[in-house]
Design a protein around this ligand. Structure first.
Ligand SMILES: CC(C)(COP(=O)(O)OP(=O)(O)OC[C@H]1O[C@@H](n2cnc3c(N)ncnc32)[C@H](O)[C@@H]1OP(=O)(O)O)[C@@H](O)C(=O)NCCC(=O)NCCS
Length: 186
């Protein structure tokens, strides 16, 4: 997989436009989907157009963001997934995903998340990507664990409690390994 938009076997991951607002309202307007979102973030996404303006603004500024997830079979936008500066500010880069409730447990978040990580490491050349979620968000935690992200600890993000997961680029070599290569080449 190279380039953007991103194609996976079942999904197309592309930039949002305001035409996606109705589809995103079906995702973000569902109280069950928003269950683990703090008031801070819920206010930001209280209307789908506000959410789309926020993520397209980040994409213009940073070159990546949370993108629209299109189910190829139906052609519908079923949610968002992608990479963004943590809490919209950085400097760390976070993986995020929200899907319409009737599309949960089809493996879509894992498929979109794996593609987003691959894009982040291979195309954006990021060294490290994190994910933050509410400690009780079992589904989100399971997804990031399936993606090989490792629990680093607890924190507070988006105005609420969080657990922090991280994954290093496969290209990343620890300092001692780099030192060994340096010594081998001497
Ligand atoms: C989190 C979310 C994106 C996951 O999407 P998804 O497409 O259903 O995820 P996947 O199907 O790839 O994987 C879900 C995994 O969680 C597991 N899971 C889901 N609900 C669970 C529960 N209540 N208890 C235990 N495991 C659960 C599934 O069994 C699956 O694991 P498995 O493949 O080992 O069986 C989706 O639930 C969602 O949109 N939630 C609301 C928004 C949200 O909280 N987003 C995350 C913000 S950090």
């Amino acid at each position: 997989m190279t380039g953007f938009p991103i194609h996976t076997p079942r999904l197309l991951i592309r930039s949002f436009t305001l035409d996606d607002a109705e589809a995103m309202f079906k995702v973000l307007g569902d109280p069950e989907t928003m269950r683990f979102f703090s008031i801070w973030l819920a206010k930001l996404v209280e209307n789908a157009r506000g959410f789309i303006r926020w993520v397209t603004g980040m994409e213009r500024e940073y070159g990546y963001s949370f993108w629209a997830v299109v189910e190829k079979e139906s052609g519908e936008v079923i949610g968002d997934c992608g990479l963004a500066p943590l809490e919209g500010r950085g400097p760390q880069v976070e993986l995020g995903c929200d899907l319409r409730r009737d599309k949960w447990n089809h493996g879509y978040a894992t498929e979109a998340g794996a593609a987003s990580l691959e894009y982040g490491f291979n195309e954006l050349k990021l060294d490290r990507i994190i994910a933050v979620t509410h400690p009780d968000n079992v589904a989100a935690r399971r997804v990031v664990e399936k993606l090989g992200m490792v629990l680093e600890g607890k924190g507070r993000h988006y105005g609420g409690e969080s657990v922090i997961y991280a994954k290093r680029s496969p290209q990343h070599l620890p300092r001692d390994r780099l030192y060994m290569i340096f010594m081998e080449n001497e």
